[in-house]
Design a protein. Structure first.
Length: 145
């Protein structure tokens, strides 16, 4: 059975190793905010038998953000391939959605690759609605708090 919990500083190395397993070395160098996310309580991990099998990282976007001002951005949601379709991702999302976020962030936001259209339906289950595309062509979705 797996456990969902807030990540601690002790989890950073395991999450970095998990990132490398899924994406290779390029991913670690392109996402340097894991430590900041852990220290501010914006990262959740899914573990099983002491191993990281998934994680969720959120970012807080202020009023000047171009695409999603005043939002809580579900930045990274990754689950190990052999643990997908078992509820791990859903529980990670629910943990983020149920967090007691500061009131100035009025909605949740996310983007996903249009090459994976099934993700639109997946996120709609959590109340997200499609609201356009980013300049890079990713699908934008939002949900009120």
């Amino acid at each position: 059975m797996f456990e969902i919990r807030k990540a601690s500083s002790e989890d950073i190395v395991a999450v970095r190793d998990f990132q490398k397993q899924l994406h290779g070395d390029w991913y670690e160098s392109s996402h340097g905010d894991l430590e900041a996310g852990v220290s501010t309580g914006r990262v959740w991990v899914a573990t099983e038998a002491g191993n990281v099998i998934g994680y969720q990282l959120c970012e807080l976007f202020g009023s000047s953000h171009k695409n999603f001002p005043d939002s809580i951005f579900l930045s990274e949601l990754f689950v190990a391939p052999d643990h997908r379709k078992k509820g791990v991702g859903s529980l990670l999302i629910e943990a983020a959605l149920n967090e007691d976020w500061p009131k100035e962030y009025v909605y949740f936001s996310l983007t996903h690759d249009p090459a994976e259209p099934h993700l639109t339906n997946y996120y709609e289950r959590f109340g997200f609605k499609e609201c356009g595309k980013t300049a890079a062509g990713n699908i934008k979705m939002i949900r009120q708090r």
